[in-house]
Design a protein around this ligand. Structure first.
Ligand SMILES: Cc1cc2nc3c(=O)[nH]c(=O)nc-3n(C[C@H](O)[C@H](O)[C@H](O)COP(=O)(O)OP(=O)(O)OC[C@H]3O[C@@H](n4cnc5c(N)ncnc54)[C@H](O)[C@@H]3O)c2cc1C
Length: 333
């Protein structure tokens, strides 16, 4: 199939994620990122939507964003299948020749983006948080070394594939967006290697983390499992609070998965978030960036979490929390 853009017209692909017939909100952040890219590289933005019942999703996307949607109906896609995604997006890219392919820095987005980069021999910049222009080229900022250093990265690649850190861009919601065009195709593709078996729900239905007004989160800096007791007592001071944690703590089995905050855990937006001994890796920040007021306690004054905090306490948590509880006890009526 030939090139489908108008002559000289470039395009930008945004890969839509959805689950149980609902669009994942990260899509609207990808749209903001695409519009920023468009400022430097005029191009037509197209939302690429793959699924087996895309009508409702296409209509929601185009109504909210005003963007054009290329929807591909694939019977075999009742559940997400990375093999089908990569094959179909590669075929669409051969048709539309996008300059950029943008996916979320999410488990699905990473799987698709890295696989596409290999198939298409394209560069892939992952976890970008902002972008600008350097010497006539678009330059992307991403964090490295657990957020202690910002890397500014450019690439000579067409297409250039990027994954966008959730929470880094404001969701794109223009007022009175004109509805875009929806183009729906149907293809058949039976995957060779990857077969989805179904989705099994977690047995936990606890919503305390997502509903808590205050979250006190424990990180690797707590040192010993026994110190969780200190974090629990600290949290108990705040009405409507819940205890969360970083992935390291959850991987060790000190907290349950439902308490993990971050990219691969819960995305929370409490009024107050208190990070205890958490470095501020981008994957953790992705889960708590929506918090109202952030207090971080960390003994390293250069910890990345301080860049996201309203109050920065440079102290050993094993000293700070007992001292705080002592003072609180004195003030309790
Ligand atoms: C694909 C992917 C997905 C991920 N998803 C998530 C996710 O959902 N959530 C998540 O949290 N992580 C996630 N991670 C892991 C993430 O990259 C980090 O490894 C993790 O967040 C680090 O946890 P931490 O901050 O508790 O530990 P560390 O990075 O080890 O930081 C510990 C901090 O505690 C401080 N400290 C040490 N002792 C003390 C003390 N006594 N008092 C005060 N401060 C102290 C240190 O200065 C340091 O800053 C993911 C990683 C990948 C690759």
């Amino acid at each position: 199939m030939g090139k489908m853009n108008k002559p000289g017209q470039k395009s930008i692909f945004i890969i839509a994620e959805h689950n149980e017939n609902k669009v994942k909100p990260v899509l609207f952040e990808l749209a903001s990122c695409a519009y920023k890219i468009k400022k430097y590289c005029p191009a037509e933005i197209k939302v690429i939507l793959l699924g087996n019942e895309t009508e409702k999703l296409s209509s929601e996307i185009t109504h909210v964003t005003g963007l054009d949607v290329v929807a591909t109906e694939i019977n075999e896609l009742a559940l997400f299948n990375p093999e089908i995604y990569k094959k179909v997006i590669e075929d669409l890219a051969a048709e539309f020749l996008p300059s950029f392919i943008i996916a979320g820095h999410t488990p699905r987005g990473l799987d698709v983006a890295s696989g596409l980069a290999v198939r298409m021999k394209a560069a892939c910049i992952t976890g970008i948080e902002s972008l600008g222009e350097t010497e006539g080229k678009i330059c992307f900022r991403r964090q490295i070394f657990y957020g202690k250093i910002d890397a500014h990265v450019t690439a000579d690649s067409e297409p250039l594939i990027i994954t966008v850190q959730p929470g880094a861009f404001e969701p794109f919601k223009p007022e009175n967006a004109a509805t875009g065009k929806v183009e729906t195709r149907r293809v058949n593709y039976v995957p060779f290697f990857t077969h989805e078996k179904g989705i099994r729900r977690s047995i936990f239905q606890d919503s305390s983390i997502s509903e808590a007004k205050v979250i006190v989160s424990a990180g690797n800096g707590i040192g010993e499992k026994e110190n969780l007791d200190l974090v629990n007592r600290f949290a108990a001071v705040f009405p409507g609070s819940a205890v969360g944690g970083s992935r390291i703590i959850v991987d060790r089995g000190w907290l349950e998965y439902r308490q993990q905050i971050g990219l691969t855990g819960a995305q929370v937006a409490p009024e107050l978030y208190i990070a205890c001994g958490i470095s501020g890796a981008s994957q953790h920040l992705a889960g708590m960036r929506g918090s109202g007021f952030v207090v971080a306690i960390n003994k390293d004054p250069k910890a990345a979490i301080f860049n996201e905090s309203d109050v920065c306490v440079v102290e050993d948590i094993n000293k700070f929390i007992p001292a705080f509880l002592e003072e609180y006890k004195k003030k309790e009526i």
